[in-house]
Write a protein that binds this ligand. Structure first.
Ligand code: ATP
Ligand code: MG
Length: 264
């Protein structure tokens, strides 16, 4: 019997939790994502901005192996998104933008069902579901049907679902839309806690610039499938001479619009 594996060096944590290299996706005549590259550091909260139809959801789905790239490459914690998509999903959690929860299931039974999809043993699943229900203040409604949940409660169940497998990387597609100010604040606090205290890397798309401002270190801005800017938010603010997030975003989008006009 070989003992080599016991002595094998532990592979170092990759420097980038998410690495995207010249990624593109074409749907017939629509170039949804066009030659996009960026990296996200481990433990970073990374905001993904862009107008409607910019390509945010398509990029996130490619990273999770749900949509096949037309060209380019990407990895999540060193796992190739095409060849090792099962590994990517094992280490990732995903909260989709539009998430229709099964109305007739209770919060507890839904989360238990998702845990079984991950192959979690029954005892471990029960403990994890209880832990997450408690974390999100849902213990009191654990046995109520999801059909009666408000959008804020639904979002919390969605985030709990995304955290069941204790992911190292979390992808959230417009997670705070539809939440009231307190719900949004609490949700962002959870995200901050996951990144700062648990080292989870978080990539989230949003149209809500104040969310970016309050929790993101790094951002990427997409415009019509193209990357307009990416990097640490502070560096982008300095580079473009805009301290307010909405001014910075508008400047980037307009500059790209003017540039695209010249090209076409
Ligand atoms: N399955 C698909 N088939 C054809 N075209 C698609 C498909 N999915 C997305 N697209 C197109 O790709 C482009 C990018 O869409 P995507 O959903 O990624 O944008 P988004 O940035 O997430 O927008 P939003 O802010 O509205 O959610 C759009 O032009 C969209 O119409
Ligand atoms: Mg989208």
């Amino acid at each position: 019997m070989s003992t080599a594996s016991l002595d094998a060096p532990v592979s170092p944590e990759p420097r980038a939790a998410i690495r995207v290299e010249r990624l593109s996706k074409r749907y017939k005549d629509v170039l949804a994502v066009d030659d996009v590259s960026f990296t996200v550091a481990p433990g970073e909260i990374f905001g993904f901005m862009g107008h409607n139809g910019a390509g945010k959801t398509t990029t996130i789905k490619m990273l999770l192996g749900l949509v096949r790239p037309t060209s380019g490459a990407a990895s999540v914690l060193g796992h190739d998104i095409v060849r090792e998509s099962l590994d990517v999903r094992r280490v990732s959690g995903f909260l989709p933008g539009s998430y229709a929860l099964p109305k007739e299931m209770t919060a507890a039974s839904f989360l238990t069902y998702i845990a079984s999809m991950f192959g979690m043993p029954r005892e471990a699943s029960r403990a994890r579901v209880d832990e997450l229900l408690s974390l999100f203040g849902l213990t009191g409604v654990a046995h109520k049907k999801l059909g009666g949940f408000s959008s804020g409660m639904t979002q919390k169940v969605g985030l709990a679902q995304a955290l069941l497998n204790e992911p190292r990387v979390l992808f959230l597609d417009e997670p705070t839309s539809g939440l009231d100010p307190i719900g949004r604040h609490e949700f962002l606090q959870h995200i901050r806690h996951l990144a700062k205290d648990k080292g989870v890397t978080v990539m989230f798309s949003t149209h809500i610039l104040s969310d970016i401002e309050s929790i993101c270190e790094g951002v990427a801005v997409l415009h019509r499938g193209r990357l307009v800017a990416a990097g640490p938010l502070d560096a982008l603010r300095r580079r473009y001479g805009e301290s307010r997030m909405d001014d910075l975003y508008l400047k980037l989008a307009r500059a790209h619009e003017a540039h695209a006009g010249v090209r076409s």
